[in-house]
Design a protein around this ligand. Structure first.
Ligand SMILES: Nc1ccn([C@@H]2O[C@H](COP(=O)(O)OP(=O)(O)OP(=O)(O)O)[C@@H](O)[C@H]2O)c(=O)n1
Ligand SMILES: C[C@](O)(CO)[C@H](O)COP(=O)(O)O
Length: 221
């Protein structure tokens, strides 16, 4: 079955701050987004790559590719108002009867094993996402500033790539947007399809704050 990956990098990166959008920041001398694209290419060169970028960043990205001699092929789609809208724009370039993954452009450290397992499981079940265990005690904040410990084994931390049959993901993304749609699994579940869980890798952090950049440098050292 043909495989696609939509790499979303259409966000504002407000929590990271700074002048340069976080997907272009260099880690150990190479921009994050190039590392993410390479990770998928190393795992499986046959996966067709689609990168979603804000319209006003696309020329800068092409310029960066020239400077760094980055030649991995990919198509570009326009970023949208929210992650949901960015994914939807990327999906417009995907054909039916295929497998399609959606991955955050700022998660450069996903392992080949996790990528392969998500595509394998999605081919079997239609929908698969990587998750990791909660490794610390978890506390829920309740009313009046109170809080209580909750059973951590009832929760998982969710990563990407989230992989689906393309026809299913397109149907799910035809639903009207709601703010509960923080990932692709939530969209597919709202459409009424079960999502299978695959073991993720802990290095697969989403580079969200300046602290995560330090973590990224450490992971690569
Ligand atoms: N309109 C949007 C919003 C987010 N994303 C992408 O979705 C991924 C996960 O989002 P997050 O890391 O939270 O990025 P931002 O929304 O950019 O961050 P912030 O909330 O701090 O502004 C990122 O790769 C981001 O570029 C996107 O493609 N289009
Ligand atoms: C899709 C995601 O990366 C799964 O963990 C996450 O939901 C996106 O992050 P955001 O901070 O909610 O945009």
């Amino acid at each position: 079955m043909k495989k696609y990956i939509i790499i979303v990098a259409g966000g504002k990166g407000l929590r990271m701050g700074g002048e340069i959008p976080k997907q272009f920041l260099p880690i150990k001398g190479k921009p994050v987004l190039m590392r993410t694209l390479e990770t998928f290419s190393i795992c499986d060169e046959t996966i067709e790559r689609i990168v979603v970028l804000p319209v006003d960043q696309q020329d800068y990205w092409k310029h960066l590719c020239k400077i760094y001699g980055f030649t991995l092929s990919h198509r570009i789609a326009n970023g949208g108002e929210t992650r949901f809208h960015s994914v939807k724009n990327g999906l417009a370039l995907v054909e039916d009867n295929a497998l399609v993954g959606v991955h955050d452009g700022v998660r450069p450290f996903v392992s080949s094993k996790v990528i392969s397992e998500c595509y394998r499981m999605a081919e079997v079940s239609g929908a698969a996402i990587p998750v990791t265990d909660v490794v610390e005690t978890l506390r829920q904040v309740t009313e009046n500033g109170n809080s209580q410990t909750v059973p951590r084994n009832c929760y998982k931390l969710v990563q990407t790539p989230q992989v689906f049959l393309s026809s299913l993901l397109k149907q799910a993304y035809s639903q009207p947007y709601t703010s509960c749609f923080t990932d692709d699994a939530s969209v597919v579940e709202a459409w009424g399809h079960r999502v299978e869980l695959v073991e993720g890798n802990r290095e697969n952090v989403k580079l969200t704050t300046p602290f995560d950049l330090k973590l990224a440098e450490m992971i690569l050292s």
